[in-house]
Design a protein around this ligand. Sequence first.
Ligand code: C2E
Ligand code: MG
Ligand code: MG
Ligand code: MG
Length: 282
Amino acid sequence: SAKAQTSAAPVPFDPLMRGAIERREALEAELRTALADNEFELFYQPQIELRTGTVVGAEALIRWRHSERGYVSPAEFMPVVNTTSLSEDVAAWVLETACRRAADWQRRGYAIRIGVNLAQSQFATGDLAAEVERRLAENGLRPELLELEVTEDIILDDGAKTLRVLAALRALGVKIAFDDFGTGYGSLTYLKSFPLDKIKIDQSFVKRLEPGSQDAAIVAATIDLGQALGLSVIAEGIETQATASLLREMGCDEGQGYLISKPIPAQEFAMKFLRKEARLVA
Ligand code: C2E
Ligand code: MG
Ligand code: MG
Ligand code: MG
């Protein structure tokens, strides 16, 4: 029929659009090879207790070691990874690599908490809690040294399922952090109904923090809210000493940002931030 013919007709492609799709497919193929060839690497960014300046954690952040382009930022390739079938494989690699690293540091006497960013695909398929339980056991990692970061997009996808999985993860003793807090629409609802340990205040509120500003009011209110709910609060994107001081005065528990360090390779992190003193008290 005429109808069938219409739907079978080739889609009239905008040449610019086709260019974009082809580039995306090429990137997807390259990323698949990158995973197979072990071109991904985790960098670590220190998280400090603001009151004392002690390094208490590290967020694991993925990088792509590209043969020609050097280190590629996840902002460039994770949106592609996370909308393809690659997502589950990359997520599994990130989780395993971070657990192995944390367990290695734990064995050497540096009990440091490692933050891992989760992807939506990890909630959609399989049993994330069982996977995490197995990786903790295989690596001999203490559960409280693993902190899983979730964003609002993940919760939005299937709230009921996410709630079940997060509850199961928390029952293992793993920590749950709400990443990029304040950038979504339902943040307060989620604080009420999801099993969380920590709020990560998004860097967009922190970067230009000035006393008396709107950002300062929002940050102060978030810190109070976190405290009232028994959650720990960390500010992301601290770039100046003035910001760190202001956050400390506001009672913010922890901080992370370029002021302390950019994300760096594991060996460099160990040299700079895992100290003998930490080992003695661990
Ligand atoms: P995120 O989880 O919110 O990570 C924080 C981002 O802020 C990181 O960017 C970090 O390098 C950057 N940052 C930290 N402190 C500062 C600062 O003081 N100033 C500025 N301007 N930026 C700062 P990065 O490493 O490029 O990662 C971007 C995003 O990519 C992450 O945001 C996260 O959503 C995603 N991502 C990174 N690694 C992974 C991963 O292993 N798995 C998943 N699913 N997502 C990841
Ligand atoms: Mg994060
Ligand atoms: Mg964040
Ligand atoms: Mg972010």
